[in-house]
Design a protein around this ligand. Structure first.
Ligand code: F0G
Length: 459
């Protein structure tokens, strides 16, 4: 018999979580204006809002925290982190930032200007936010079949190279800020990008003279998929694969809160000294001096250690194995989920779940509400609410898919927790015909509205 995947660690400390009654949850949800971000964490039993900053650090990471060097300039923690980043990504130059979006802010201050076009696979919402804030445009060139949840392509996060080339061809060179490839492709369902695709994008970047930036939040999970799914990579180590992935990029932005398993942190990696120098000025303005950015020495130490732990094959097999196990359970029960299961989350198709609810009533938000009411499980909407309004017409942008994301934190929940989640979602699935309406917006912010929106239930 093949032995099953198993976590390469054991539990040393625990945090108590509390069950609640449905009646309590109904009250809390109403008081939160049906916005998951407004719930208090004590009102949540299993928190799948995000896998960002919610992972469990190891004893070695906590140990590294005790030896952090808090010097303003030239801290040993900075050099320890620089070494880890060079080892795992190959980038010679780096700048620490307080999280991923700060890395975007600093790098895009150099690379993106008004009127620019920034193509790539699907940009994450903060990435798009930073592009649109600069009055530039993000163009999503993800392969079209990523939007067909039944399609089993092993690399549904890929960019459509034909589409990308068309955008590059149609845009004057001075308006091409950079290409951004997000690995894994969060928006498409945590779907990986193949090495062949990255190579293809690099080739286009060279031919059209444009820089390639990798948004790397889940780069290690992407490498695991390359190792297990792409021909020629089975015998390569995760770190050999990550180094090859980054060899195709001019720069990377990183949210360390995901694959590097820390609660806060980010960085920018760069090949070119000139780019590093330009970005340094913005880093000093927005984040902090170049040897700490927005991070404390202790946090840089924990991050350096986390980068190594997050790129261990056995750890990644257990982590992605747990996500897959939950996803396969839901799929077997008939729940429409994005297949194949991605790296960090399950994406449920609310359009198929509640076809009776029009997109203008936010069916995915309604589904997230129902999952919370059923089991105290907090997921997040990736649909019309998150897609925001068109910056020019101010009309709702209707994405092709209305999704609910259940993101699994790293090293936090057991498979028993996942079985509980599967049972709760199945119950909601069985009662799907009793839900008739969605929600209406009472108040919204002009940009990134889903974080603070206030909603009313329509019955
Ligand atoms: N890029 C990707 C692909 C992300 O998923 C995120 C964050 C960021 C950049 C921004 O990084 O949060 O450190 O500023 N994603 C989180 C999520 C918030 O829930 O998917 P950050």
């Amino acid at each position: 018999m093949i032995l099953p995947y198993c976590e390469p660690y054991k539990i040393k400390t625990i945090e108590t979580i509390r069950q609640s009654t449905r009646q309590e949850r109904e009250e809390w949800m109403k008081n939160a204006s049906y916005n998951m971000f407004n719930l208090k964490s004590e009102q949540v039993f299993i928190d799948l809002l995000t896998d960002s900053g919610t992972g469990a650090m190891s004893d070695r990471q906590w140990g590294a925290i005790m030896t952090g060097d808090e010097s303003y300039a030239g801290a040993s923690s900075y050099f320890r982190l620089k070494e880890a980043i060079r080892d795992i990504t190959g980038f010679e130059y780096f700048l620490p930032t307080h999280q991923g979006r700060a890395a975007e802010n600093v790098l895009f201050s150099v690379l993106v200007k008004e009127g620019d076009i920034i193509p790539g696979n699907a940009h994450f919402d903060t990435t798009k936010g930073h592009i649109e804030f600069r009055k530039a445009k993000a163009v999503d060139c993800t392969v079209s079949w990523a939007r067909d949840i039944t399609n089993r392509d092993p690399f549904k996060g890929n960019a459509d190279l034909g589409h990308l080339e068309q955008v590059l061809k149609d845009t004057p060179r001075e308006k091409l800020g950079c290409i951004v490839m997000t690995v894994t492709n969060n928006t498409a369902g945590g779907q990986p990008v193949s090495m062949a695709n990255l190579r293809g994008v690099r080739d286009l970047a060279d031919r059209y003279g444009v820089l390639l930036v990798i948004d790397s939040a889940r780069f290690a999970e992407n490498a695991w998929f390359i190792k297990t799914r792409e021909e020629g990579y089975t015998d390569k180590s995760i770190r050999e694969i990550t180094r090859e992935m980054f060899s195709y990029a001019d720069a990377m932005t990183m949210s360390s809160k995901k694959d590097a398993i820390v609660n806060i942190g980010g960085f920018i990696g760069m090949k070119d000294r000139e780019l590093f120098r330009k970005a340094s000025t913005f880093n000093i303005m927005f984040e902090g001096y170049i040897t700490y950015g927005g991070m404390s020495g202790r946090d840089m130490n924990a991050l350096a250690q986390g980068l190594y732990e997050g790129t261990e094959f056995d750890y990644l097999s257990a982590r992605i194995g747990q996500v897959t196990r939950l996803g396969e359970k839901l799929h077997a029960a008939g729940v429409p989920v994005q297949m194949p299961i991605g790296g960090h989350a399950i994406f449920i198709d609310a359009g198929k779940f509640y076809p009776q609810i029009p997109a203008s009533e936010f069916p995915a938000q309604r589904l997230a509400v129902e999952i919370y009411l059923e089991g105290g499980i907090r997921g997040t909407e990736i649909g019309t609410l998150m897609a925001d309004r068109d910056p020019v017409t101010r009309g709702n942008r209707y994405p092709e898919l209305e999704l609910v994301r259940l993101a699994i934190p790293r090293r936090v929940y057991t498979d028993n927790h996942m079985d509980y989640v599967a049972a709760a979602v199945q119950n909601v699935w069985e009662g799907r015909e009793t839900v008739r309406r969605g929600l209406a917006i009472r108040w919204e912010a002009p940009i990134m509205r889903h974080f603070t929106v206030e909603l009313d239930l329509l019955g």
